[in-house]
Design a protein around this ligand. Structure first.
Ligand code: UN1
Length: 519
């Protein structure tokens, strides 16, 4: 079914196509159109922020437990539509169907966590230093939240923003990736219908990147955006951080990763290989948590590499509705960028993992490919061994099915290599030695550390986020994200009937500090 989509502001589809028209196609079968899309422009984004501003106070006035009920209903309606939504994810961005179902599950998990938050959103009562005075803290919504998301997790990652933002009493303008508009429109409908959300509480803006940036700038100038949540590249994240910083705001930034996996000499190699395959090539290596470089102890380097090469050669690649490890690239623009990354391979590298590198075609076939490679945007999985610390492939995220491998001798050296690219999202270690686990945890710069587990597949209720080029230290998910979508307000209440001055009118006890116990 082909869909006609437009932005939705204050409950109404935006007429015309001020930002032009695009089509969204199936990357596994590029002749198949998934949606015709009328794009909005900067004005659409600014109008959506105005509509959200108008709707926000009434939404904040809805008692938090009732907002929590809305989240509960959204979770149930997402579950009831799980297969349809997962099928759409697979059709629009080519994520294998089993993974797409997992992605939908992550929305329900997020709703399950936050539905109870409507009944918590705890503040504190705090003792005062003076009598007949009481201190309190309250969580207030920040106001209007602008959410800008990538399309590699077109429904789960947006829910990480939308669910807590809404339960905390904020109104939202959501701008999804321009290559996953049909998934976005479906999720938007599930939220609005399932949650019974009043018009304007959640608004959808379909626009390209530049129009979004201009619209965000305008909305910030007009004072209609109070917080930005952004998931995407480090380059765009730093532009958004700069723009919001000028407005004295700190955005919630979830950016790229160059995620290392350290395989020590005590590692169970087959487990490490399975994890490298899943996190290196799952979603065709297009997760922010995808494995970047395997840093493997020199004594097991050759053995690990041989096993990893074998497993990668045997991995099923192709039709994402079949049982495959990975399907197509998300969109042509990611394929074009991936071609650039392949150009970073140097003569000193050894390339393994498939029968060829680059796009899978009749001339460059992949053994065991499932389906017709030329119908879509499919790439060979590529292992690049022999990385050096000054290689571009070592230092930068290479979004796509490419994993680097390099040896190390001492754990300190492995930790330094893990941190060297300057990202800090997810890092993993395979070892049987507790001392190595804790040395790694302490030394590695990542916000998320896995022990005997891959770099991807974070659970939806632990703090998610990174440091360095991976983000500005903000964390999503679980109780930690509440600090992104609320502001603490403190209140003191003096009922003594006089002006008691803090720090001045405070009773002092008189200790005897020279006191010593007798023998
Ligand atoms: C992302 O790629 O932006 O941990 C998020 C994982 C997923 C989320 C990835 N649960 O791999």
């Amino acid at each position: 079914m082909n869909r006609n989509l437009a932005s939705i502001v204050a409950g109404t589809a935006v007429p015309g196509a001020p930002g032009g028209r695009i089509t969204s196609t199936n990357p596994a079968r590029t002749s198949q159109i998934v949606a015709d899309v009328a794009l909005g422009d900067a004005g659409t984004f600014a109008a959506a922020a105005r509509a959200a501003r108008q709707a926000q106070q009434a939404w904040a006035d809805v008692p938090a437990p009732v907002r929590g009920r809305a989240i509960a209903h959204i979770g149930r309606v997402v579950e009831a539509n799980a297969e349809a939504l997962a099928r759409l994810v697979t059709r629009e961005i080519g994520k294998p169907y089993a993974e797409a179902l997992g992605e939908v599950r992550e929305i329900a998990d997020t709703c399950d966590f936050f539905l109870g938050e409507g009944r918590r959103l705890y503040g504190q009562t705090v003792p005062s230093e003076m009598p007949d005075k009481q201190l309190f803290t309250f969580r207030n919504p920040v106001g209007v939240v602008g959410v800008i998301t990538a399309g590699n997790f077109p429904v789960a990652v947006p829910s990480w923003y939308l669910v807590p933002a809404l339960v905390c009493g904020n109104a939202v303008v959501w701008k999804p990736a321009d290559y996953s508009p049909a998934c976005a429109a479906a999720l938007f409908e599930l939220f609005v219908a399932g949650g019974g959300l009043p018009d304007g509480v959640l608004n959808l803006v379909l626009a390209d990147g530049e129009a979004t940036f201009a619209g965000l700038e305008r909305a910030l100038d007009e004072g209609h955006i109070d917080k930005v949540g952004f998931t995407g590249s480090s380059a765009v994240g730093s532009r958004i951080g700069e723009l919001t910083g000028r407005h004295l705001q700190s955005a919630c930034l979830e950016l790229g990763g160059k995620n290392p996996m350290v395989v020590t000499d005590s590692a169970e190699l087959d487990l490490a290989v399975e994890a490298a395959l899943f996190s290196g090539f799952g979603t065709a290596g297009q997760r922010c948590t995808s494995l970047g470089t395997v840093i493997v102890h020199e004594s097991v380097h050759a053995d690990f590499l041989a096993r990893f090469d074998k497993a990668t050669r045997q991995a099923a690649v192709g039709d994402p509705f079949a049982d495959v490890v990975f399907g197509p690239m998300l969109d042509e623009k990611f394929a074009a960028r991936f071609e650039d990354y392949l150009g970073w391979i140097q003569p000193h590298h050894r390339v393994l993992g498939s029968s060829a590198t680059g796009r899978i075609t009749a001339a460059r076939p992949r053994d065991g490919f499932v389906g017709d490679p030329e119908a879509g945007i499919f790439y060979h999985p590529t292992i690049v061994d022999g990385l050096r610390a000054d290689d571009a492939i070592f230092g930068s995220e290479t979004f796509g099915p490419l994993v680097g491998v390099m040896p190390y001798r001492h754990l300190d050296e492995a930790i330094a290599l893990a941190n060297a690219p300057g990202y800090g999202l997810s890092a993993s270690i395979y070892t049987r030695q507790p001392a190595e686990v804790f040395a790694f945890r302490r030394g590695v710069s990542a916000g998320m550390v896995s022990v005997n587990n891959s770099t991807s597949g974070a659970e939806a209720h632990l703090p998610f986020g990174g440091n360095g080029k991976s983000g500005n230290g903000s964390r999503q998910s679980g109780q930690w994200v509440l600090d992104q979508f609320t502001r603490w307000q403190s209140m003191n209440w003096d009922y003594s009937g006089r002006l008691q001055k803090a720090q001045l009118d405070v009773a002092e006890l008189t200790p005897d500090e020279s006191f010593r116990l007798g023998d």
